[in-house]
Each structure stands twice: as structure tokens, then as C-alpha cells.
Design a protein around this ligand. Structure first.
Ligand code: TMP
Ligand code: ASP
Length: 292
């Protein structure tokens, strides 16, 4: 068993959220200028070659969402995702900066995406670039959010007048149109096909992948003493395939402690419960994620 090549070792470190790469922290000044980021080309490994290091340029900001920004790179098929400390709820009505959130969610997302990829769910995640940046595949995003619920909470309770905390067996599956101005209205497959948001076979794949994610993550959280209450996924198209995009972090799911039912997700922010990021880090630590 020989020592891996330095580049390969570094790649593994990056994926583990380790110390493989150090750059100046992200700031407005560096955001404006192109930054050269060393990255390792996975495709080469797939072709049977060794990991090699190729400089990559982070170029202009393409899009800024409520919590993440997307940057172009010199590779048209790759984007840099920057996780910011900005936190929003109620479609941007409540906004705050939460220290360390970008770093925590970036590393949390990297850990989960790798678990999902290993379980056969294709994802856009390519690797960590820094504590708040990840390299991702460019996807043609589908503007529909897929939500699975194992336990009643959130909009399900307000919409149907049911009590929070009821087990949902089988888990429910809902679609929402990604549209803040309309407050992400609930839609269905028929509407999605008629309006051309996605084809019927794509919606089928999204549904089965969303349920596969549930099998993987429900077990993962359960083993760490937590309950995966619900979550939202977004998908896109890449080379004719449906691929999981966006992020998986405590911002886009609900997680409760199995014993005490303490809320450990963005509901802490929505409901003003305090210790938001401290609790996200506790979730991560229980899963075995190292922050800093
Ligand atoms: P809901 O109870 O508000 O419908 O949300 C269900 C789950 O999906 C919850 O974990 C939060 C997540 N979600 C988002 O992260 N963003 C969204 O825009 C929507 C509609 C849901
Ligand atoms: N992420 C959405 C927002 O920022 C919805 C929410 O989490 O409440 O408004």
C-alpha cells in the first residue's frame, strides 16, 4: 500500500474538509478580481490517470441568492458556490448575518453530498475549495423544489391545520415552485409538465432520487441521535442526467433531537430560539463533521 500522490492526498483532504488548501478569506475586493484557485481534476482520475493539479480561475459573480453566490470559472462546466453568512427566512422577510454560517453550511453540505454520491445519488458537488467555497458542476436548474416529510411540521401544519410532530407513514412528497415573490406556491407534476418546468420522466427521477435521499439520510441522522423531520431538494440537468444541486444543510431541512425533540435547524432562526449556528455545529459534530 503506497502513499498517495501529493495531489491526490490533497484532494482527499479537501473532500474531508481538511486543511488541503488555504487562501485569503473571501472579501469584496478579492471577489471583484479573478482569483486563481488550484483545483484537482477528477476526470483525469476517472480516465485512470493520476490526480493532477490545474490552476482554475474564479471569475465574475453570476448570481447571488439569499445565502449563496455562484461564480463563473474558466471552465464553462464548473461554478464556484460561495456560502455566505447571510441568513434569511420567510422569503427574505427576516434577514441576519450569522457568524460562521457560511463555513458551517459549506462543510456540512460537502459531507452530505459525498454520502449521497456514495449511495448512488448523482450530485453537482466536486470538492471543497476553501472553508466557504465549493466547486460544483454547472446544472440547468429545474425551478421546482422537492420536499419529503417524515414528521409533520412547518407549512404542512399551517396549511392543513394538523398538529406538529405526527409521524407521516409513508413519508409525504410535495413540489413547490421556486418563486419568492409568490412565496413558493405548492404545485404538482401536472402543472410542472404543462408549464414546461420539467418533463414527466424528469419529475419521476426527481421523486425517486428524493426518496432515496430519505433512505440514506434518515438512517444517518438516526444513528447520530437525530430525527430528519423534513427537507427540500433542488435538481438540475447535466449531460442528460438529473443531478442533485443546491445544498443540503440545516438551512433547508428540519432536524430534531430524537429524545428531547429540540429543534436543531433553521427553525431556531425562524422562531427566534437562539444559538442557531452553535446548534448547526452540534448537528455536524454528531455526524462526525469537523469544523475548523
Ligand atoms: P415548509 O414546511 O416551509 O413547507 O418546508 C419544508 C422543508 O423544506 C423545510 O425543511 C424547509 C425546506 N424549505 C426550504 O428550505 N426552502 C423553501 O423554499 C421551502 C418551500 C422549503
Ligand atoms: N429560505 C427561504 C427564505 O429565505 C424560506 C425559509 O427558509 O423560510 O426566505
Amino acid at each position: 500500500h503506497s502513499e498517495p500522490e501529493p495531489a491526490e492526498r490533497r484532494y482527499r483532504d479537501l473532500c474531508r474538509g481538511g486543511s488541503g488548501l488555504h487562501r485569503q478569506p473571501h472579501d469584496a475586493e478579492s471577489a471583484r478580481s479573478a482569483i486563481r484557485l488550484p483545483i484537482l481534476i477528477q476526470e483525469e482520475a476517472a480516465r485512470g490517470g493520476r490526480f493532477s493539479e490545474t490552476p482554475m480561475e474564479k471569475r465574475e459573480e453570476l448570481y447571488a441568492g439569499k445565502a449563496k453566490s455562484v461564480y463563473r470559472t474558466d471552465n464553462p462546466e464548473r461554478f464556484v458556490l460561495v456560502f455566505r453568512d447571510d441568513t434569511s427566512a420567510f422569503d427574505g422577510e427576516k434577514k441576519e448575518q450569522l457568524n460562521r454560517k457560511g463555513m458551517v453550511n459549506n462543510k456540512f453540505n460537502a459531507f452530505i453530498m459525498e454520502k449521497l454520491e456514495a449511495a448512488g445519488v448523482p450530485t453537482h458537488f466536486e470538492g471543497l475549495l476553501s472553508s466557504t467555497e465549493s466547486l460544483v458542476k454547472k446544472l440547468d436548474m429545474i425551478p421546482v423544489e422537492c420536499v419529503v416529510r417524515n414528521v409533520s411540521a412547518g407549512s404542512l401544519c399551517s396549511r392543513l391545520g394538523v398538529a406538529e410532530g405526527q409521524e407521516l407513514n409513508p413519508p409525504t412528497y410535495e413540489l413547490f415552485l421556486k418563486n419568492d415573490a409568490l412565496h413558493d406556491p405548492m404545485v404538482n407534476e401536472s402543472l410542472a409538465v404543462s408549464f414546461g418546468w420539467a418533463a414527466a420522466d424528469e419529475l419521476e427521477q426527481m421523486k425517486s432520487l428524493t426518496y432515496r435521499v430519505n433512505d440514506v439520510l434518515k438512517a444517518l441522522f438516526d444513528e447520530a441521535g437525530m430525527l430528519l423531520v423534513d427537507y427540500k431538494l433542488e435538481f438540475g440537468r447535466c449531460e442528460g442526467k438529473i443531478v442533485l444541486g443546491d445544498e443540503f444543510s440545516p438551512d433547508g431541512c428540519r432536524i430534531w433531537d430524537k429524545e428531547t425533540r429540540k429543534k436543531m435547524d433553521k427553525d431556531r432562526f425562524r422562531q427566534g430560539l437562539g444559538d442557531v449556528i452553535e446548534t448547526y455545529e452540534e448537528v455536524g459534530r454528531r455526524l462526525g463533521i469537523q469544523f475548523d
